[in-house]
Design a protein around this ligand. Structure first.
Ligand SMILES: Cc1ncc(C[n+]2csc(CCOP(=O)(O)OP(=O)(O)O)c2C)c(N)n1
Ligand SMILES: [Mg+2]
Length: 559
């Protein structure tokens, strides 16, 4: 049977459909009109964004939430370079994503034609795979490979350049079959060894991280933790991998971590590191475990063999996805007595004390401890929280108890500007979820333009914008390293409530703690994308220490 004759753009979009793509995020460009035209009749919804950085971050957020590649389309040179932050996040956060980029016609290559860029060279080190399609008949093969590469092993971003004339050329070619997720399973011998290690352990702890989890895998792990009364921590910004209200939960290895959790891990005799890499932030700048040979017996479970033994030489290396590993745990049985069970209870109590917002007081009229306590009281437990980077993120990471898989969108790569696009992406694909974006005054304006996308698609997300008039994180580091010498960290801000209104959303300024509950209520019931412009005293830079105290301590140390 001969295949029908189709344009390259049509073949491409047909491949997306058969691989299960239901949504794409884009900023249009004349370079890929033929693909846009094919999307016109496809059963794929499109979100058109205001800047490619936002579009790419929305696609990354889609990948984080679904485990399927988030799809983004952008135009040549400037569109592609604008999208690069999203590629970097997908790489560092191990998120499946495919970025399609317009490219000049094949016959003009190497002349530095209009917006020409060598994508293999520009994105090779940033992406998991960067390539260019030379022949429309190869779309089925290359797109199929892209889905396999993006989702297998350690997931990551793929960049595919689309020469304009490849998209318009006709070809007769058969479609590819739908891609498969390549699972890696632990062997029975490895699980028997794990059983023995748990049998011999006195102070075990599990650290959960990375991607390739699912709701079912989290539940599998919860059942295992329950049988073993095992203390479980999550790594930086992976708090959705274990319910915080579970008796086994002992906290997260983020920035500003609970010292009691660090002590527990240092004193452990067995560490199960499941899915994560224990990279710079969760390892506290690579000080938590000895490199390459940790003192604790390390069982490292990772879907990508090249991550096993990369930094830490494990006692037992298991090349398996968290999904497959968690399922295999059903057959691992606890020893008759659990010498660590009291310690697990202490660990959970330590977490509860550490994450209790009621105890927190700082300078200013708006008290974040009380704000967080109120959110804990009134927001649904499956609210999706999104944030970029800045000290403001501490409030949600430390004081919101994440209880469900799929409720945290935060870049482990520490990229500012992620919260708003992630929130828009999350609400677009989960319209029934409550979506809250935490943003700083610096962070928000890095991709605040996507608030217009929220308005355009009628996506009532709530932005809690903490305005302290500065790039606070950097100011904090400045006060530590160069006390009293403020340089390039102050900000003069717009009226963010007016900004929200100008875009067609709901906006309100909040200055006092007692005004927050009613303002929150009005924002949530407005039915519109909303910004609560919250005025935070610059002194309230961390839950524990004021800016002046940090400066004074540094000055003291310099004497
Ligand atoms: C894209 C990007 N640029 C710069 C930085 C460095 N950086 C980290 S936090 C921060 C300041 C964040 O300021 P703001 O959003 O106002 O939050 P605050 O710390 O004041 O709460 C900066 C500049 C970064 N992480 N990402
Ligand atoms: Mg700030």
């Amino acid at each position: 049977m001969t295949a029908p004759s189709r344009t390259g753009g049509q073949i491409l979009v047909d491949q997306l459909t058969l691989h299960g793509v239901d949504h794409i995020f884009c900023v249009p460009g004349e370079s890929y009109l033929a693909a846009l035209d094919a999307l016109h009749d496809a059963d794929i919804s499109v979100t058109v964004c205001r800047q490619e950085g936002g579009a790419a971050m929305m696609a990354e957020a889609y990948g984080k939430l679904t485990g399927r590649p988030g799809i983004c389309f952008v135009t040549r040179g400037p569109g592609a370079t604008n999208a690069s932050p999203g590629i970097h996040i997908a790489k560092q956060d191990s998120t499946p994503m495919i970025l399609f980029v317009g490219q000049i016609e094949r016959g003009m290559r190497e002349r530095e034609a209009f917006q020409e860029l060598d994508y293999r060279a520009a994105f090779g080190p940033l992406a998991k795979w960067a390539t260019e399609v030379d022949d429309p008949a190869r779309f089925p093969e290359i797109v199929s490979r892209a889905f396999h590469v993006a989702t297998s092993g350690r997931p990551g971003p793929v960049v595919i350049a689309l020469p304009e004339d490849v998209l318009t050329e006709m070809a007769e070619v058969a479609d590819a079959p739908r891609y498969q997720v390549i699972e890696a399973h632990p062997s029975p011998a490895q699980m028997a060894e794990l059983q023995q290690l748990l049998q011999d352990a006195k102070k075990p702890v599990a650290l959960l991280g990375g991607s390739r989890w699912s709701e079912a895998a989290v539940q599998d792990f919860v059942r295992f933790a329950e049988r073993f009364e095992l203390p479980v921590a999550c790594t930086f910004r992976r708090q959705m991998l274990f319910p915080a209200d579970h008796a086994s939960y002992v906290g997260d290895l983020g920035l500003g971590v609970n010292p009691k959790l660090l002590a527990r891990i240092k004193e452990a005799d067995l560490i199960l590191l499941v899915g994560g890499r224990l990279s710079e932030i969760p390892s506290q700048s690579y000080t938590l475990l000895d490199i390459p040979s940790p003192r604790q017996k390390l069982v490292h479970i990772h879907p990508d063999p090249s991550e096993l033994g990369r930094v830490y030489s494990p006692h037992l290396a298991i090349n398996a996805s968290p999904v497959a590993f968690a399922a295999a745990l059903e057959d691992v049985n606890p020893p008759a007595s659990l010498p660590w069970s009291e310690s697990t209870k202490t660990g959970h109590a330590d977490y509860l004390a550490w994450s209790n917002p009621a105890a927190i007081r700082h300078a200013g009229h708006l008290q974040m401890g009380e704000v967080m306590a109120h959110l804990r009281e009134v927001m649904p437990s499956d609210t999706i929280y999104c944030n970029g980077a800045g000290n403001f993120a501490t409030w949600v990471h430390r004081f919101w108890p994440f209880r469900h898989y799929g409720t945290q969108l935060a870049p482990t790569s520490g990229s500012m500007g992620y919260g708003v696009p992630a929130g828009v992406g999350a609400k677009r694909i989960n319209p029934d979820s409550t979506v809250v974006v935490f943003a700083g005054d610096g962070d928000f304006l890095m991709n605040g333009q996507e608030f217009a996308t929220a308005v355009q698609y009628d996506l009532p997300i709530l932005v809690i914008l903490l305005d302290n008039g500065m790039y606070g994180t950097i100011r904090m580091h400045q006060e530590r390293e160069y006390p009293g010498r403020v340089s390039a960290t102050m900000l003069k801000n717009p009226d963010f409530a007016a900004y929200a209104k100008a875009f067609g959303g709901y906006g309100e300024r909040v200055e006092n703690t007692e005004d927050f509950p009613a303002a929150l209520q009005r924002a949530l019931t407005s039915g519109k994308p909303a910004i609560l412009h919250c005025m935070l005293d610059p002194e309230a830079i961390t839950p524990a220490m004021s800016l002046s105290a940090i400066r004074e301590k540094a000055l003291e140390g310099k004497k």
